[in-house]
Design a binder for this molecule. Structure first.
Ligand code: CP
Ligand code: NVA
Length: 335
């Protein structure tokens, strides 16, 4: 039996294939219970802290709804109203929160922050996104691919865009561990770091996956089962990088031609939020400055491939629930 009780969830690097699959199965089980309106609030009386130093829609709502469904109460600490990092060190904060809460979620900047929280709090800590990794997102992505394709092993995921940041890194790890081929399709300078690539190649050898880093869109996306992209400029990056990113990454936008080059049943994936039209403030600003009407994905692709995309967003909640449940208790069945 797999038990993840008392473990942190900081990066998928720390988890075996079986452990990751266990979390995905547990999420699918919770999803069934939720759809059937079966209560699963065994963690009544527990409390979790949700620290967000960057903004969020999906991740925050997922943690809050999931905690509530499990019977737990949440305390939300927003980017401005706590002492964290400004008046109080991460170590001291961790020690205080660890006395009050059964688990702590952190979204923010460097991975070392979430690691310090884990080291000093004495309770499970969950990474809700750092600059380097976004591991809860990958669980949702894998559950979505499995729901749409029936399996994971042997599938190919092509990631287009800035592949050296949290999403590219985490997808490469998740694919390598679970046996999906991972293609990073980007200009060379946006390839994931060499050290992580060679670590992932080791895992890929065991799982039977292949990792391809290519600048060639045709080669990288040909026959792929999932075409994945993310924003070109991530939270916390300075506005000055927009111009360079637009120039570098426009050839790597997901268009209908890209989708046609993929497998006939391919799905389009995006962690969201996405810039596919002018209905956002940033979309309008970029349009005024650079004349673009979309960025990483065309509106046509976004609308044509809408269904899996919003399953992916919904699955954030079920998978985050699985992470909290499994690390706080081992009293779960997945059947
Ligand atoms: N995908 C994701 O993490 O979305 P939010 O930034 O809205 O949480
Ligand atoms: N790379 C993006 C992911 C958002 C879910 C960011 O860090 O802003």
């Amino acid at each position: 039996m797999i038990s993840l009780k008392d473990r942190n969830f900081l990066t998928l690097k720390d988890f075996t294939q079986d452990e990751i699959l266990y979390l995905i199965d547990l999420a699918a089980y919770f999803k069934r219970l939720k759809k059937e309106h079966v209560l699963h609030d065994k963690l009544r009386g527990r409390n979790v802290a949700l620290i967000f130093e960057k903004t969020s829609t999906r991740t925050r709502c997922s943690f809050e709804v999931a905690a509530h469904d499990l019977g737990m109460a949440t305390t939300y600490l927003d980017p401005k109203s706590s002492q964290i990092g400004k008046k109080e060190s991460i170590e001291d904060t961790a020690k205080v929160l660890g006395r009050m809460f059964d688990g702590i979620e952190y979204r923010g900047y460097g991975q070392e922050i979430v690691e310090a929280l884990a080291k000093h709090s004495g309770v499970p800590v969950w990474n809700g996104l750092t600059n380097e990794y976004h591991p809860t997102q990958i669980l949702a992505d894998m559950l979505t691919i499995r729901e749409h394709m029936g399996n994971l092993r042997g599938r190919t995921l092509a990631y287009m865009g800035d592949a050296r940041y949290n999403m590219g890194n985490s997808l490469m790890i998740g694919c390598a561990k679970l046996g999906l081929n991972f293609h990073a399709v980007a200009p060379k300078k946006y390839f994931p770091g060499e050290e992580l690539v060679s670590q992932c190649r080791e895992w890929a050898k065991e799982s039977g996956a292949e990792i391809l880093l290519t600048e060639d869109v045709d080669e990288g996306t040909r026959g792929a089962d999932a075409i994945y992209t993310d924003v070109w400029v991530s939270m916390g990056e300075p506005d000055e990088v927009w111009e360079e990113r637009i120039e570098d990454l426009t050839p790597y936008r997901v268009t209908m031609d890209v989708m046609k080059n993929a497998a006939s049943e391919a799905i389009f994936m995006h962690c969201l939020p996405a810039f596919h039209d002018l209905d956002t403030e940033i979309g309008k600003e970029i349009n005024a400055k650079y004349g673009l009407t979309c960025m990483e994905v065309t509106d046509e692709v976004f609308k044509a491939y809408n269904a899996p995309l919003f399953d992916e967003a919904e699955n954030r909640m079920h998978t985050i629930k699985a992470v909290m449940a499994a690390t706080l208790s081992d009293d779960w069945e997945t059947a």
